[in-house]
Ligand binder design. Structure first.
Ligand code: NAD
Ligand code: UFG
Length: 339
């Protein structure tokens, strides 16, 4: 079966996707520079897969390091997870975000073109829809100028991919717009391991649950939603990983630009998440209401029908799975991957 280079494959979504690729019979090759992950993840991936997954240490901005992967393996396609993703940090370091994300994707696509490797899957985000005019969001909903450099790199890379596909029509460009990935592999061996205090809701909740943080700050309770807190489409990372396999199965060697939302189609509020998490751990999780966080959209959830119809994929894991698996990971690894 096909060999897939998974750039950023040591990261949160990448590591889960490598496992689902191997389960589905693909041959993944991990490529990562560990700028936001730890080498310890590799042994865990191998343990879950029951075999050694090849690894190349490199930066997607380095043509030489990419060449090493392309010369050593016959790569049929690339899934590009490699990118910086912290919204707040991107405001302070816009050039680093443009260099790593946009320039990195440019170098990667150029090396692919040279090697006549035309299958590309890109980790995009629902952030490209900005503040939605209406929900649920379909793939036809307007893409808007982002409110932070991180989000804009996603908009710009999507545009670059679409233009390259027009110029080099052999390319199959798959733009996957993720909603909010949470949860962890059932084994509890791999999961999300953010550096420092988490920016995102689920890792923050899990750290409160294991006592690393005292309580959750809920950013805003006066939004125009049923309970006043923001609404998101949380999707289990294993469902998301399987979405990549479905996208590969369908789009491999199918020239064109293919855009899919990867979400569940259901929106939950921050308070819904706190309640679900409290249920998973069997006690009330402490929280306080805090002022709104700048840049948060009120509601963001997907219309997931296109992926279901065309890829035959839909999310199957429940909110209870998401909270239980996140907690299981954090409980087994209170300090994440300790190298
Ligand atoms: P992550 O930080 O856990 O994983 C990214 C991986 O890429 C890390 O292992 C990091 O070391 C590596 N990396 C970064 N820059 C690199 C470079 N220049 N060369 C080689 N490796 C590099 O993040 P994640 O949550 O797994 O996200 C993966 C992708 O999905 C990112 O592009 C992110 O923007 C996108 N995405 C994530 C979310 C989310 O909420 N997690 C939502 C939408 C989109
Ligand atoms: N929230 C809190 N307290 C916290 C953290 C988050 O109340 O400590 C709230 C936020 O205000 C928001 C909701 O929880 O209402 C979700 O916030 P996250 O930071 O977990 O997720 P976002 O929807 O803001 O952003 C995420 C990723 C982005 C991505 C976007 C859309 O971080 O990279 O989803 O895919 F672009």
């Amino acid at each position: 079966m096909a060999t897939i280079l998974v750039t950023g494959g040591a990261g949160y979504i990448g590591s889960h996707t490598v496992i689902e690729l191997a389960n589905a019979g693909y041959d993944p090759v991990i490529f990562d520079n560990f700028c936001n992950s730890k080498p310890a993840v590799l042994a865990r991936i191998n343990k879950i897969c029951g075999k050694n997954i090849p690894f190349v240490c490199g930066d997607i901005r380095s043509r030489e390091q990419l060449e090493q992967a392309f010369n050593n393996y016959k790569i049929d396609g690339v899934i590009n997870f490699a990118g910086l993703k912290a919204v707040g940090e991107s405001v302070k370091k816009p050039l680093e975000y443009y260099d790593n994300n946009v320039n990195g994707a440019r170098v990667l696509l150029d090396v692919m073109k040279e090697h006549k490797c035309y299958n590309f899957i890109f980790s995009s985000s629902a952030t490209v829809y900005g503040e939605p005019d209406s929900v649920p969001l379909t793939e036809e909903s307007p893409v808007k100028r982002a409110n932070c450099p991180y989000g804009q790199t996603k908009v710009d890379i999507e545009y670059m991919c679409q233009e390259l596909q027009k110029a080099v029509p052999e390319f199959s460009m798959v733009l996957l717009r993720y909603f909010n990935p949470v949860g962890a592999h059932k084994s509890g061996l791999i999961g999300e391991d953010p550096r420092g205090i988490p920016n995102n809701l689920m890792p923050y909740l899990t750290q409160v649950a294991v006592g690393r943080l005292p309580y959750l700050n809920i950013f805003g309770n006066d939004y125009p939603t049923p309970d006043g807190t923001c609404v998101r489409d949380y999707i289990h990372v294993v469902d998301l990983a399987k979405g990549h396999v479905a996208a590969l199965n369908h789009c491999l060697n199918m020239p064109g630009t293919h855009i899919y939302n990867l979400g569940t189609g259901v929106g939950y509020s921050v308070l819904d998440m706190v309640k679900a998490f409290s249920k998973a751990i069997g006690r009330e999780l402490p929280y306080r209401f805090a002022p709104r966080r700048a840049g948060d959209v009120v509601q963001c959830y997907s219309d997931a029908t296109k992926a279901k119809k065309e890829l035959g994929w839909s999310a199957t894991l429940s909110l209870d799975d998401m909270t239980a698996d996140s907690y299981n990971w954090q409980k087994n690894n209170p300090n994440g991957y300790e190298d």
